[in-house]
Design a binder for this molecule. Structure first.
Ligand SMILES: [Zn+2]
Length: 313
């Protein structure tokens, strides 16, 4: 039907050869986030073991931050005293009762973004954030781009309903303070796929990898990286994601766990950090058993590694 459907078999075998226990690289597991999205990105502490909430409250003059201003990174901040509303590049950012907030930066976030607090007396406090470029693994392939491997008739038939289900889950509003916690890895093992990595085919970029892959045997338990509420727990495998689980950590920060063998939680469950959520598998489009952990703040795609910090094994 379209160029995307060309030679799926060739792409699939190329993928098998290159990416053991990883995601199929030419396939995005959800629609790409818009560049420089109106929604601000999520936040990850740059100092992995620092306490999650910045204290004490700063004086009325300025912001306080903890985290790294880098593409794919997340940041926890504290608004100036007396703040009534907060925006990032014009988009509203929710502020917790204690003045803490979360923002994050998409994989392709612009080099600077503007944070503006409006105080109760009408004054504004602005801060320009300089966002460092991410260091993504880019691989140049001397072969023509052949499009996604995902387009066959069955995929085209099933995909719209799956995307609608994912969008509905992400649109749910939940209350959770998980975003304040120091995130943990849902599973530990060899990293077999890196957030942001991308193949460029004779100058034409393919989709970048939207999560971090951890290669562990099928049946390995995986655990909640932080507190949250289950907003999607697939009752049948999705075409790409397989058995998909999405946990909302509050403030628009969500974790997605792909290719699961089994899910132990259901929609609406409140999960606590470290709780077993299911087991790792190879359902959906995967080249072997692994945990693909994706992290988003609103529409911004984030690097789970910057939030979880170095993996202790
Ligand atoms: Zn992956």
């Amino acid at each position: 039907m379209t160029a995307r459907g060309a030679a799926p078999r060739a792409i699939a075998s190329l993928t098998l050869a290159i990416a053991a226990a990883g995601c199929v690289p030419a396939v995005a597991d959800s629609p790409p986030a818009p560049k420089a999205a109106a929604a601000p990105a999520a936040v990850a502490p740059s100092v992995p073991n620092a306490p999650p909430v910045p204290k004490p409250l700063p004086g009325p003059a300025g912001f306080a931050f903890r985290g790294s201003m880098i593409q794919g990174g997340t940041l926890i901040g504290q608004v100036p005293g007396g703040t009534r509303t907060l925006t990032l590049d014009g988009a509203p950012v929710p502020v917790a009762g204690d003045g803490a907030f979360l923002i994050a930066f998409d994989r392709d976030a612009p080099a600077s973004q503007q944070l503006v607090a409006t105080l109760s007396d009408g004054r504004t406090v602005a801060r320009t954030l300089s966002i460092a470029a991410g260091n993504w693994r880019i691989e140049n392939i001397n072969a023509p781009y052949r499009g996604s491997a995902s387009s066959d008739a069955e995929f085209e038939r099933r995909r719209p309903a799956e995307l609608a289900q994912i969008a509905a889950a992400r649109a749910r509003h939940v209350e959770s303070d998980g975003w304040r916690q120091q995130f943990r890895w849902p599973a530990t093992g060899r990293l077999s796929g890196f957030f942001g990595s991308q193949r460029v085919y004779q100058g034409k970029p393919g989709s970048y990898h939207s999560g971090t892959d951890i290669a562990v045997p099928a049946g390995t338990p995986f655990f909640a990286p932080a507190d949250g509420v289950v907003v999607l727990a697939a009752d049948a495998p999705f075409t790409l994601e397989g058995n998909l689980l999405i946990v909302d950590h509050g403030m628009g920060l969500t974790s997605a766990f792909l290719h699961c063998q089994r899910l132990d939680v259901k929609v609406g469950d409140h999960v606590t950090q470290g709780q077993q959520l299911g087991t790792v598998g190879a359902t959906g489009r995967a080249t072997g058993p692994h945990m693909h952990w994706g992290l988003k703040w609103r529409d911004a795609r984030l690097d789970p590694g910057t939030l979880a910090g170095p993996m202790a094994r």
